[in-house]
Design a binder for this molecule. Structure first.
Ligand code: PMP
Length: 511
């Protein structure tokens, strides 16, 4: 087919092998209409319950009527699609709404940079943090140079410091040493931190922060300097990069004109990235204590703390920010996926107003960013998100209870059910069939896809595994999910888990 030849040859082969080579013609809410080749029974279309939900992008389902209405209005009003170098009311309204929604939790105000995809918001955050880091070091260098001139002017160059770690050493010598260290640090590339199993996207910078998506080594393009945090225990997090902090002497002159030495620490770490709930890693919540430790780590290094809420934010977990309950505030927030309401491609980087570098918005631009169509749909999505929070929590609780029942009925098949609100991961145990051939088939890479095949063909339910944890199947329905759909999900997962538990592998493969 053209798909195999002209766009994704490898996927086409894989989908065919796994019986996932299906086409969806229409979508509404959580339901997709699958095209079925006329099999002689007159059936040409089939209803499929979509739990992939655009990998977290369809919190409002497919083609939500309120969002379609906004889209229609834009078209009917002949809203200009491209209007660069003009005041863009849609972008302004969206940015203001985002600032007040996040600010309602953190008490701060934010400046928003709009983009087109999740990875692009990550790249923008890397870039802004780099600029912020460089400017801070530049300003510090200037501050020391001014102090050095003042010390010379006042004839204090050779005056020894009266106290502190460098007591006895002359002012000029200390300030020169500090300036040397700062210049050295300014010559180093900024360092970015992310967590083990993190997923932040696949572009060059974002791909460096992402971990373990089974990408062949030669497909990885080196991005910015990077360190990974593998130990999430708070003490380990706070001290993880102590060795990167350089001691820089400092001189303060008291009211009687006597100099004293102190010491400050500077670090090349520019930002720490974290998904408050790791989505593609198999839905793992980062504990509140770890988030608090990351806050401490960022402060220690004068770095920005970035919460990537691209998958878990926008109300998906029952609160607008997934990080809300932790009580930890970040400096930057990232949104995308459901921000576009399933109709528009849009992402947002929010930077706390007092950290924002004003020229950033002049130099970091994109042809399609700030467009009226996406912005207006995104603002309407924010309204929907706020209105659905209670429903998300209610349906999420029902879904959790029903999945937990399945897990307790088949403990040898289901390892864990993890998540919150409408973000769930069901981890299956890797089966160990007696037959060597079957063992080859049920490896950790294909298990999730084999489950996806069974659920699709037997139960009309669409799932895919999470990207970096392929034995975990994601359940990310929309806020519209009906209780009857929850029953359908529970029944289907129960059947599949039962087949695994009883070792009925042949049935699992037949469809
Ligand atoms: N961050 C997170 C947390 C994500 O889940 C994703 C997408 N799965 C991204 C970033 C990248 O978004 P996109 O695919 O739109 O580039």
């Amino acid at each position: 087919s053209a798909f195999a030849r002209y766009t994704r040859p490898e996927f086409a082969r894989l989908f065919r092998a796994l019986h996932l080579d299906v086409t969806y013609r229409a979508g509404r809410g959580d339901h997709l209409t699958q095209e079925t080749p006329s099999a002689g029974n007159g059936e040409t279309a089939r209803d499929v319950l979509d739990l992939v939900g655009g990998a977290g992008a369809s919190l409002f389902g497919h083609n939500h009527p309120a969002l379609l209405e906004v889209a229609r209005q834009c078209l009917e009003e002949e809203t200009p699609f491209n209007a660069q170098a003009s005041i863009r009311p849609g972008a302004a309204e969206l940015a203001e709404r985002l600032s007040s929604l996040v600010g309602a939790t953190t008490g701060a105000r934010y400046v928003t940079t709009l983009g087109n995809t999740g990875a692009e918001a990550v790249e923008a955050a890397v870039k802004h943090a780099t600029v912020e880091h460089r400017r801070r070091l530049g300003a510090l260098q200037e501050q020391y140079e001014v102090q050095l001139r003042r010390v010379r002017r006042d004839g204090m160059a050779d005056t020894p410091c009266a106290s502190g770690p460098a007591a006895g050493r002359p002012c000029e010598e200390l300030l020169n040493q500090a300036l040397e260290r700062i210049v050295e640090l300014r010559g180093l590339d900024p360092v970015f931190v992310s967590l083990a199993n993190a997923f932040h996207g696949k572009s060059t910078g974002a791909g460096t922060l992402t971990h373990g998506t089974n990408v062949p080594a030669d497909l990885h393009v080196p991005g910015p300097q990077h360190r990974r945090l593998s130990d999430w225990t708070p003490q380990a997090v706070v001290t993880a990069f102590d060795s990167l902090r350089a001691e820089v002497p400092s001189v303060t002159v008291d009211s009687s004109g006597v100099p004293h030495s102190t010491v400050r620490h500077l670090s090349p770490v520019a930002a720490c990235f974290v998904e408050p709930i790791q989505g593609e890693a198999g839905v793992h919540e980062v504990p509140a204590e770890t988030l608090a430790a990351l806050r401490e780590l960022a402060d220690l290094h004068d770095a920005a703390l970035v919460f990537d809420e691209i998958q878990c934010g926008m109300g998906r977990t029952g609160t607008f920010l997934a990080s809300e309950k932790s009580g930890v505030a970040a400096d930057y927030y990232l949104f995308s996926k459901s921000l576009g309401g399933g109709l528009a491609k849009i992402s947002a980087l929010l930077v706390r107003e007092d950290r924002y570098v004003p020229e950033f918005g002049r130099h970091h631009t994109s042809t399609f960013a700030d467009d009226e169509f996406s912005s207006r749909i995104a603002t309407a999505s924010l309204d929907l998100a706020c209105g659905y929070l209670d429903r998300i929590t209610e349906t999420g609780t029902l879904l959790r209870d029903r999945l937990a029942e399945v897990a307790s009925r088949w403990p040898d098949a289901v390892v864990a059910v993890r998540g919150r609100g409408l973000l769930w991961g069901v981890e299956f145990a890797l089966p160990r069939p007696a037959s060597g051939l079957l063992r080859e088939l049920f490896d950790s890479e294909s298990l999730g896809y084999l489950i996806a095949g069974r659920l699709l063909h037997t139960h009309g339910i669409r799932v895919i595994p999470t990207l970096s944890a392929p034995t975990t199947v994601r359940i990310q329905p929309s806020a519209l999910l009906a209780p009857a759909d929850v029953d359908r999900i529970a029944t289907a997962f129960d059947e599949v888990a039962g087949l695994f538990s009883r070792g009925e592998y042949a049935t699992l493969l037949e469809h």
